[in-house]
Design a binder for this molecule. Structure first.
Ligand SMILES: CC[C@@H](C(=O)O)C(=O)SCCNC(=O)CCNC(=O)[C@H](O)C(C)(C)COP(=O)(O)OP(=O)(O)OC[C@H]1O[C@@H](n2cnc3c(N)ncnc32)[C@H](O)[C@@H]1OP(=O)(O)O
Ligand SMILES: [Co+2]
Length: 144
């Protein structure tokens, strides 16, 4: 069912400091400006690489889902991996039939397509994000 690895999510306490590390220390050449995705409770930025993306996420708001993770890992750390799927609703249904806890309903993610998360307790201790690969829903960048 899963397709390409889309991104690795890294939770960070300060996204600008993290961007500076990727740019100035690791030499990343293509990083995006931080943006807020309020419904997901994060501020995010991408480090674009030939092989995929690193997604830096900082908590946004008091109910951010990454607050507790950062309390346990105050310097930040690897938070999730994201795989592409063709159809998010079909993927969610399939995961549920296979006994996975799917965390909530599909919601628009940072790429403008629908995403859902699988509980790390059912996935070998890894938080997995499934992301619909095609932009077929609302929230398009284009005006027409
Ligand atoms: C930028 C937008 C979007 C995109 O388009 O790419 C994103 O990526 S947003 C990313 C942030 N959003 C989410 O993470 C949403 C889904 N996450 C959740 O619903 C929660 O974070 C969670 C997974 C249910 C955990 O919630 P939390 O409040 O932290 O609960 P616990 O502390 O009780 O944790 C339960 C259990 O799970 C372990 N855990 C928690 N987070 C992780 C993690 N990232 N990786 C691995 N394991 C994790 C935690 O240690 C607990 O384990 P036990 O103690 O053994 O029970
Ligand atoms: Co993500």
């Amino acid at each position: 069912m899963i397709g390409s690895l889309n991104h690795v999510g890294i939770a960070v306490p300060d996204i600008n400091q993290a961007l500076a590390f990727y740019r100035d220390v690791l030499g990343a050449k293509d990083c995006t400006e931080p943006k807020v995705l309020a419904p997901q409770g994060v501020k995010y930025a991408f480090v674009n690489l030939p092989s995929g993306q690193v997604e830096l996420i900082e908590p946004y708001g008091e109910t951010s889902p990454i607050i507790r993770f950062l309390e346990k890992n105050p310097k930040g750390g690897q938070h999730h991996i994201c795989f592409e799927v063709e159809d998010i609703n079909a993927a969610k249904a399939l995961m549920e039939t296979r006994g996975m806890r799917v965390l909530g309903e599909p919601r628009i993610g940072a790429h403008g397509t629908l995403v859902v998360f699988l509980h790390p307790g059912d996935a070998g201790g890894v938080l997995i994000e499934l992301m619909e690969s095609h932009k077929t829903h609302q929230d398009s960048d284009k005006a027409c």
